[in-house]
Design a protein around this ligand. Sequence first.
Ligand SMILES: [Zn+2]
Length: 94
Amino acid sequence: MGEAFQIRSNVDADSNCDFCTELDGRKSYFSGLYGDRLRDRLIIRTRYFSVFPTIGQIVPDYLLIISNAHFTASAQLPNEQSRELDDLTLILFT
Ligand SMILES: [Zn+2]
């Protein structure tokens, strides 16, 4: 893969990310829309990932898995985190 896109993987460098903001417990875009209803939406938190229902689900039981550290694409995940994502996906959806 060339240098066609910039890899950003440092959560501290992206304080404007809505998901990172929510995971850090700071007031996020989502909490501005939904207030206290967001407080308990976390279902599972592992070493590397958090799982919660999406806002405005497309289909019933639709879940969002996000990394606890900021990445812009799953292809950027280090191998250890990628393996945990595979395991987590199997646990959640089988
Ligand atoms: Zn983020």
